[in-house]
Design a protein around this ligand. Structure first.
Ligand SMILES: [Zn+2]
Length: 176
């Protein structure tokens, strides 16, 4: 059994079964970690408030077959819900347990409130390999698309986005 103690940013959380949760963490030394939190959804769970997306927590984990969170203590929290979509994107595209020092540094700056949500989100897209500079609309190839689809990780122009019914959350590129 391995025990690991780390500072981590909670990217997202999903329910498993009746009361357990799957927590997606981002850490400095291991990158993305997927860990189980038992009974985290029970109303009485002392852990749940420390494992909400956008939270920065000190976390204790053990590994048998899979990682399991045994303790968590919240240090900071981002109040800007604009980051939920971009955090989910990081969860979707980051390889498991592969550290990316640049991404970690960038995520850290979000908690220092040094940049606006738009500037920070754009920087995260660039660092994740989605630089909008040479992007075309995925649908019609129009240059300089205005939106980035956060679930499918594709650029799309404003016309195509409007025509799609605007169901999927996007990050809107304001300045080019
Ligand atoms: Zn288009």
């Amino acid at each position: 059994m391995i025990e690991h103690y780390t500072e981590a940013i909670v990217l997202d959380k999903e329910g498993i079964g009746e009361t357990d949760s799957r927590i997606f963490l981002y850490t400095e030394t291991m990158g993305k970690i997927v860990a189980k939190a038992k009974s985290a959804r029970k109303i009485t769970s002392k852990l749940s408030a420390h494992l909400e997306p956008l939270t920065w927590s000190a976390i204790r984990l053990i590994k048998n077959k899979d990682w399991q969170i045994t303790d968590a203590l919240r240090q900071h929290r981002l109040n800007n819900k604009q980051f939920l979509g971009i955090f989910r994107l990081i969860k979707d595209i980051s390889p498991i347990e592969h550290a990316d020092p640049w991404l970690w540094q960038l995520l850290k700056t979000l908690y220092e409130n040094r940049y606006s949500a738009d500037t920070a989100s754009l920087a995260i897209l660039k660092i994740s390999g989605f630089d909008p500079k040479h992007a075309n609309c995925h649908n019609c190839s129009h240059q300089q698309p205005e939106h980035f689809l956060l679930n499918s990780a594709k650029y799309i122009c404003h016309n195509c986005w409007s025509a799609s019914g605007m169901i999927e959350p996007t990050f809107k590129l304001l300045t080019r």
